[in-house]
Design a protein around this ligand. Structure first.
Ligand code: P1T
Length: 393
């Protein structure tokens, strides 16, 4: 029987979000809120003899607070912040060398797909596979497979991949590292490291910051050796976030547990409303009983964020009209903020995915992705209802 985790967050999450890495005793002035340390450089006692910091690309007090907090929330040991989610993805890929092979998925955030398709020019081979079919996934391994990259739930199709099964088959077939993009589920609902994954990546631009005012990513690991290599690359490649952005994301994390509960509740309410609407063909949401991996989602996660994907009745004209008529949902890329957003992946977030691949995945002109925010549920549903009625006769 599937474990019923819905609505039961990981213990201590909210306490760690507020306190991990934030101890006022680390500052001479005992500041309760970590300061924004803008200094790029630090006085040394003598040449090469530091007081803990030497240069802000290599380490910065504000970033340190944030990294400690994130490591605790993902139940990892080391977290590394990067200037975007894709910079975090790039950091992980830099663990590889020419001649290595990646197993990844055909169903990925468009920007990740676009980046992975450039791998060949660096001499890295990559196979895109349907990871929801674990047998098919197993056939993608080669002798030189060094990294498995999984997104779950996927963007925008909200397919769910069995992380434990992926880890098991990867360890049987290779010594590859398993990396999970946890952006959609978030560590509030899903902890890939506890399920055996080696690396977790998040676009913190989304739910972790939660306020749509900072672009940032993180990589979280437990293994000291992998962390040491990543720390070297973080400094050597240098795409680190600014102290001000670290302050913002660190602040955003303080309310993450409160926000995620409301995102889940609003997201499910919107999904249920749309599912019984005659102007809708189909709703994709792992919390709906109709979702093909609903039981897996119940076993693997403790709930859902506010992402809902929906097929409207009609085509591009109806989709455009629907988006134009929404009043509370803003037509915009991105997700995970307090404000509700709507977008058309085929033209927006996933336009860079080759057309045949998009069609194979079902990313068509009538597919709309909603990031359900924290507004009042009744208002959100009324907005969707009026836009559907205007757009689709
Ligand atoms: O935008 P950035 O912080 O670089 O994060 C990239 C990224 C990585 N992984 C997932 C699952 C993502 O959704 C994203 C970014 N996604 C959007 C901007 C979007 O609208 O889907």
């Amino acid at each position: 029987m599937a474990k019923e985790n819905f609505g039961k967050p990981f213990s201590h999450f909210g306490t760690n979000a507020i306190h991990a890495g934030q101890d006022p005793d680390q500052w001479n002035a005992r500041m309760v809120v970590p300061p924004i340390t803008m200094s790029t450089t630090y006085k040394q006692k003598g040449p090469g003899e530091t007081y803990g910091f030497d240069y802000s690309r290599s380490g910065n007090p504000t970033r340190n607070c944030l990294e400690a907090c994130i490591a605790s929330l993902e139940n990892g040991k080391h977290a590394l912040c990067m200037a975007s989610g894709l910079a975090a993805t790039d950091l992980v890929v830099r663990l590889l060398k020419a001649g290595d092979h990646i197993v990844s998925m055909n169903d990925l955030y468009g920007g990740t797909n676009r980046y992975f398709r450039t791998m060949k020019q660096f001499g890295i081979d990559i196979t895109f596979v349907d990871a929801t079919d674990i047998n098919k996934f197993g056939t993608a391994f080669q002798d030189n497979t060094k990294l498995v990259w999984i997104e779950t739930p996927t963007n925008p199709m909200l397919n769910v991949v069995d992380i434990e099964a992926v880890v098991k088959i990867t360890k049987e077939k290779s010594n590859a590292l398993v990396a999970i993009d946890n952006t959609f589920a978030t560590c509030y609902f899903q902890r890939p490291l506890e399920l055996g994954a080696d690396i977790v990546v998040n676009s913190m631009t989304k739910y972790m910051n939660g306020h749509s005012d900072a672009v940032m990513g993180c990589v979280v690991v437990r293994d000291d050796k992998v962390a040491e290599r990543l720390r070297f690359l973080q400094n050597a490649c240098g795409a680190v976030p600014s102290p001000f952005d670290c302050f913002l994301v660190n602040r955003g994390l303080k309310t993450m547990h409160v926000r995620m509960k409301q995102h889940m509740s609003n997201g499910l309410a919107v999904a249920r409303f749309l599912e019984k609407n005659p102007r809708v063909v189909k709703v994709l949401h792992p919390g709906l009983e109709s979702h093909p991996q609903h039981l897996l989602a119940k076993r693997q996660t403790r709930g859902f964020s506010g992402m809902v994907t929906v097929y409207l009745k009609g085509g591009i004209e109806e989709s455009r009209k629907f988006l134009q008529n929404l009043k509370l949902f803003t037509t915009a890329e991105s997700l995970g903020g307090y404000e509700s957003l709507a977008e058309l992946p085929a033209i927006m977030t996933h336009a860079s995915v080759p057309k045949d691949q998009r069609e194979e995945l079902g990313i068509g002109d009538n597919l709309i992705r909603l990031s359900v925010g924290l507004e009042e549920e009744d208002d959100l549903i009324a907005d969707l209802d009026q836009a559907l009625k205007t757009a689709i006769q």
